[in-house]
Ligand binder design. Structure first.
Ligand code: DC
Length: 237
C-alpha cells in the first residue's frame, strides 16, 4: 500500500484498558499519527473550569470551546493539544480536570463539535491511529481497522492507580475501582456517543496481556488487513 494511502485505525474502549499507551506505540510502529481524542475533551473541561462556567451555561461554554480552536502541534511526540494556540497538555492531566471531564463528555452539543473537529483533523492527517470512546462507532465508521479494548475492572483500577502513583499522586486501588465503575456507568449510559463496541471491531481483552503483547497483536492485524486490501486492489486491476 503506498505510503500516502489514507489509513484510519480506531481504538475504542473503557477507561484503564491501556488505550492511550498502545495507540501511541501502535502509531509509532506503523508510522502513523496518534490522535488522543480524550485530550480534546480534557481541554474542554479545563476551559470549563478556568473560564468559571456553571453547569447551566452549556451553550456559552460550547461557543467558548469552538472559539478556542482545539488542535494539535504535530511536530511534538506525542502531539500537543492547543487551545487558543496555547499548550494545554499539562493542564489536562490535573485532578480537577479529570474530575470534571466525564460530565463535560456527556454534553451532546460539545460532542457534535468534537466529532466534526476530529473528522477535520483526519482530513488533514489521513494516516492516524485514533483513540477514544466513540472513534470506531461514531467518528470514523469507515475506519480500515477498528479495535475495541476491554479488561476486568479490577485490573483497570490497578493499572490506573499504578499510573497515578508513578506520576507522584496518592492512589488506592479500591478508590480507583469505584471511580472506574462510575466512569463506565457515565460513559456507557450517556445519550450522545455512548461507549459501545462497534459490530465490526476486533475485540481484545487486555486483562492478562502486557501492553507490548497488545500492540504486537494489533500490529499483526493491521498489517494483515493492509496486505489483503492491497492484494484485492491488485486483483481488481
Ligand atoms: O481517555 P481519557 O481519560 O483521556 O478521556 C477523558 C474523558 O473524555 C473520559 O471521561 C471519556 C471522555 N471521552 C469521550 O467521551 N470520547 C472520546 N472520544 C474520548 C474521551
Amino acid at each position: 500500500m503506498p505510503d500516502d494511502h489514507p489509513i484510519i485505525i480506531t481504538i475504542d474502549g473503557p477507561a484503564g484498558t491501556g488505550k492511550s499507551t498502545v495507540a501511541r506505540e501502535l502509531a509509532a510502529r506503523l508510522g502513523l499519527g496518534f490522535l488522543d481524542t480524550g485530550s480534546m475533551y480534557r481541554a474542554a473541561a479545563a476551559i470549563f473550569i478556568d473560564e468559571k462556567f456553571d453547569r447551566d451555561q452549556v451553550g456559552e461554554f460550547v461557543s467558548k470551546v469552538m472559539g478556542a480552536d482545539l488542535h494539535f502541534d504535530w511536530s511534538q511526540d506525542p502531539p500537543v493539544i492547543l487551545a487558543w494556540d496555547d499548550p494545554y497538555n499539562k493542564r489536562i492531566r490535573d485532578t480537577d480536570v479529570t474530575a470534571t471531564v466525564s460530565w463535560v463528555a456527556t454534553l451532546g452539543e460539545l460532542r457534535s463539535h468534537m466529532v466534526r473537529k476530529q473528522r477535520i483533523i483526519a482530513a488533514q492527517h489521513p494516516r492516524l491511529v485514533s483513540e477514544g470512546r466513540d472513534q470506531g462507532s461514531i467518528v470514523f465508521p469507515d475506519a480500515m481497522v477498528k479495535f475495541y479494548l476491554d479488561a476486568d475492572p479490577n485490573v483497570r483500577a490497578r493499572r490506573r492507580a499504578e499510573q497515578l502513583r508513578a506520576e507522584g499522586h496518592a492512589a488506592e486501588d479500591s478508590v480507583m475501582l469505584e471511580r472506574i465503575l462510575e466512569r463506565d456507568r457515565v460513559d456507557s449510559t450517556r445519550a450522545d456517543g455512548p461507549l459501545i463496541c462497534p459490530d465490526d471491531a476486533v475485540v481484545l481483552d487486555t486483562s492478562e496481556m502486557t501492553a507490548d503483547e497488545v500492540v504486537t497483536r494489533m500490529e499483526e492485524t493491521v498489517r494483515e488487513r493492509v496486505s489483503s486490501l492491497a492484494t484485492d486492489a491488485g486483483l481488481g486491476d
